[in-house]
Write a protein that binds this ligand. Sequence first.
Ligand code: PGA
Length: 248
Amino acid sequence: MRQKIVAGNWKMNMSSESSSAFINELKSSNWPQDVNCIIAPPIIYLMELQKVNGKQIDLCGQNCHSNDSGAFTGEIGAAMLNDIGAKYCLVGHSERRSYFNESNEFLKNKVDGLLKNSIIPIYCCGETRIERENGTYFDVVEQQLNEGLFHLDNLQFTKVIIAYEPVWAIGTGLTASAKEAQEMHAYIRKTIEKVYSLEMAESISILYGGSCNPNNAKELFACKDVDGGLIGGASLEPKKFLEIAQAF
Ligand code: PGA
């Protein structure tokens, strides 16, 4: 049985006060016990949240540098994330890929840095609207996986989570239909089977991200190969975020 996961990506939002209030509200809510709750706050709030946080919520970095330390002004190393108690870190979110020119090759090093420091990478992949329209979307996603993730050996690969986030659906209100999401998730699983094994393909959690909200989560999560969601906008309100987790 794969783990059910609902992860919130706060991006560059929230404040010290609102983030603590969010966690406190979530802690006292009836969050379903069989759903893993992950929050990726801006890094400066992550440390603070560690103090208010109980066991119920796992904290996640939004980004990291592949080196543990060094002359990289403004960056945060995977070792530092581990030091402050983060359990997960997003890698290759489409906003990092497009605004900060992060290539698959560059992301591969981040994945390695995170695993070396016992942090679980949530590796994001997904095609742009043009790539969806010109029919290259399977190839694009496969290439992102090939170049950023498939260098891992079997043991390392079991530690990874994948998030399929079609770029055209992120923050746009346009969600992939359940059929489109399932089709890509199944494709990703098939690709993992080719490179690793059926057993591995069946054991990896694959999240859907892109305008997932309380209204569409049920249909998306009902898909055989969708194990949960990576939620942006709707993760900024505890009530909506909780409703998404209750949609399984
Ligand atoms: P969204 O963002 O839910 O606001 O579309 C998802 C994401 O960027 O991870």
